[in-house]
Design a protein around this ligand. Structure first.
Ligand code: SAH
Length: 266
């Protein structure tokens, strides 16, 4: 039995606690019942100490964000019922991050940070000097989902299968502008390069591996007219820093940082 003080505390805490947001694959509509996964149930019940009757937000990247109520808790699953609509779907700008994978911990960092920065597609590539031979796309997706849940995003970036840079360039869609992060000191500053662009809607940012692009790769990249080489300043950035810096510049010049970023109180 809770004494008066404990009761007040619980009530206050209950109504002031931030809403938990979870990503689900299920369709979301008024009255639907969703069964959460074992990891989601563990997080909700054992880590966040939620109980039946508590509420949380669900989103699936298609139907916007819905308020749900925790209905039934079982050992390794729980059911939540959709009780109210919370926010309509907002899609991030059409910006891809194309990058040569780096060591494990930092590649997870890039997946999470680029999700927070509103990337739509993450495309790992293999280049002449790429140090990593394969990428765990599923782990990248888990990092992206967790970042989307925490930052209030209503979509999760698509993590594409890793392909060779040469294959990517061979099939590159002419209407999508490719920003090449070029540390050789010959490219214009990124802000200058972006300010003078047309009203292109489809964009991508390409970042090389720790060892940079090879000469033949640079030749290939400089041949394509829709490619835009940019400098990220006078210092050589690590690949993960360059990815985040370039995305930040792009969002601030051409992206959705101009729109009113009112993300409703979560
Ligand atoms: N060739 C570099 C290492 C590559 S840095 C060296 O001499 O040590 C990894 C990637 O980050 C590069 O391929 C490039 O895409 C990007 N990058 C790093 N610093 C940059 C800068 N100042 N301007 C533009 N791109 C940069």
């Amino acid at each position: 039995m809770l004494n008066k003080n404990q009761e007040t505390f619980t009530l206050t805490w209950k109504f002031s606690m931030p809403s938990i947001r979870l990503f689900v694959e299920d369709d979301l509509s008024f009255g639907s019942v969703i069964t959460l996964s074992r990891p989601q149930t563990h997080y909700l019940v054992n880590v966040m100490r939620r109980r039946t009757g508590d509420t949380l937000l669900l989103f699936n990247g298609r139907d916007g964000e819905w308020k749900t109520e925790l209905k039934k808790i079982r050992r390794d699953a729980c059911d939540v019922k959709v009780v109210d609509f919370n926010r309509k779907l907002v899609i991030v700008p059409d910006i891809w991050l194309v990058f040569a994978p780096i060591k494990r911990g930092r590649i997870d960092f890039v997946a999470a940070k680029s999700t927070e920065l509103g990337v739509r597609v993450i495309q790992p590539i293999l280049t002449d000097y790429t140090a990593v031979s394969r990428v765990n796309e599923e782990r990248l997706r888990m990092n992206a989902i967790e970042a989307a849940e925490q930052c209030g995003a209503l979509t999760v970036p698509t993590i594409r299968s890793t392909i060779k840079l040469s294959k990517l360039l061979a099939d590159w869609p002419a209407e999508r502008k490719l920003i090449i992060c070029d540390e050789t000191g010959t490219a214009p500053p990124i802000y200058k390069a972006l300010e003078n662009t047309s009203s292109t809607k489809e964009w991508a940012i390409l970042v090389g591996p720790e060892g940079g692009f090879s000469e033949s790769e640079f030749d290939q990249l400089r041949q394509c007219v829709s490619f835009i080489p940019v400098s990220l300043g006078p210092r050589i950035l690590r690949a993960d820093t360059a990815a985040i810096a370039a995305l930040t510049c792009w969002q601030s010049v051409l992206g959705d940082w101009h729109s009113d970023p009112k993300i409703k109180q979560l």
